[in-house]
Write a protein that binds this ligand. Structure first.
Ligand SMILES: Cc1ncc(COP(=O)(O)O)c(C=O)c1O
Length: 391
């Protein structure tokens, strides 16, 4: 067995597709310490700089004092401690939904929710660039899976016609993301809602990279476009702009009660630590406050700076729109992406190379993320370094 995997690892190395862990000897932030060096960090999803915020730290430590560390059991057994319920109430109110349900991660939310909604003989229609958690959830459901080209409303429409013709009477679930994690562009939500209504389908929207970034007080794309009542299942994560950890689903009371009864990653897994729920609650409270909105507007100033300073000739149409905090710098070749990332690291920047299978073969890239914690001059110097290394 050892020999078999050693050979496969060697094959990955030969194609520059092997992965490694790096030890970070500091809290997350706009600067991190790797291998004894402080690097300016353009790799994180901590878009609002909350992962090490005193408000979240204080809430977590206070909850440890009151509730201890571990949750001891599944939420349905003895694991539902007060911070979980307080967080779900606050999340539902903030997202303008009837109810919310939290999971131990965004990945677990997708894996538990999709198979609870659809099963064998139902149909899932998934955007080609959807995150692995959504793909895995869709596969696990056993439903018939069709992928539509990225944001291609026309192709989705023909898939819907096919589904209604060939699988009449079955459930049809459309799954997409508000902001695509490796490309930073947005879904055409209004058109998707129009189609889902026309074909009587369900719509699930993963807001992982939109909450905290898009819409008033960072409520995400569905609320920003006033479509939250039309999106049947709003998924999100507490692990990115909210600076904590965990995933959630927002929607109707019935949806949440159904998931409590059917989502296996919720039912058969120990509840997240109460301190993490308390930290996430502090993040939601912050986001809902005027100060939180100020922080979000500061993030957009930084996004616009990055958009203005990244060497323009290299920007694709998609990138130049600055629709989110994610800027993909497409390199193409796997080795070339690793080399560019290493060259930037030598100059003091941490910007990891994203390769297959996270993105398609030959579309390797640097995934540059901007946060409200970055200073203008950090953004300026990164852009100069990219320019210098891309000549
Ligand atoms: C679009 C998207 N959905 C879901 C997830 C999973 O969320 P979590 O990290 O909380 O498991 C991620 C995280 O990488 C993501 O980018």
């Amino acid at each position: 067995m050892h020999k078999l995997f050693a050979e496969e690892l060697e094959a990955l190395r030969a194609r520059s597709l092997d992965r490694h862990l790096r030890e970070i000897r500091s809290a997350q932030g706009s600067e991190i310490e790797i291998a004894g060096r402080r690097l300016i960090n353009f790799s994180s999803n901590d878009y609002l700089g909350l992962a090490n915020d005193p408000r979240l730290r204080k809430a977590a430590t206070a909850a440890i004092d009151d509730f201890g560390v571990g949750a001891a059991a599944s939420r349905l057994i003895t694991g539902t401690q007060s911070p979980h319920l307080a967080l779900e109430r606050a999340l539902a109110q903030w997202k303008r939904a009837e109810r919310a349900l939290c999971f131990s991660s965004g990945y677990a939310a997708a894996l538990g929710t999709i198979p609870a909604l659809v099963t064998k003989n139902d149909v899932v229609l998934l955007d080609k660039l959807c995150h692995a958690s959504l793909i895995d959830g869709a596969k696990l459901s056993g439903a018939i899976l069709r992928v539509f080209p990225h944001n291609h409303v026309g192709k989705l429409e023909s898939h819907l016609e096919w589904a209604r013709r060939e699988h009449s009477g079955k459930r049809v679930l459309i799954i997409t993301e508000s902001v695509f994690s490796m490309d930073g562009d947005r879904a055409p939500l209004r058109e998707l809602v129009h189609l889902k209504k026309r074909f009587d389908a369900l719509l699930m929207l993963d807001e992982a990279h939109a909450v905290g970034v898009i819409g008033s007080n960072g409520r995400g794309l569905a609320v920003a476009e006033n479509l939250n009542d039309e999106v049947d299942v709003q998924m999100g994560t507490l692990s990115k702009a909210l600076g904590a950890s965990g995933g959630y689903i927002c929607g109707s009371r019935t949806l949440v009660e159904w998931l409590m009864n059917r989502a296996r990653s919720f039912i058969y897994s120990t509840a997240p630590p109460p301190a993490i729920a308390a930290a996430a609650l502090a993040a939601v409270d912050f986001l809902a406050s005027p100060e939180g909105e100020e922080r979000r507007l500061l993030l957009w100033e930084r996004i616009r700076s990055m958009q203005g300073l990244l060497p323009r000739a290299e920007l694709t149409e998609k990138q130049s729109g600055a629709r989110s905090a994610i800027f993909p710098w497409i390199v193409g070749d796997e080795k070339a992406a690793l080399n560019l990332s290493a060259a930037l690291q030598n100059e003091g920047f941490f910007v990891p190379a994203i390769r297959y299978p996270t993105v398609a073969k030959g579309s390797s890239r640097l995934r540059i993320t901007v946060t409200a914690a970055h200073k203008e001059d950090q953004i300026r110097s990164l852009c100069q370094a990219i320019k210098g290394n891309s000549l």
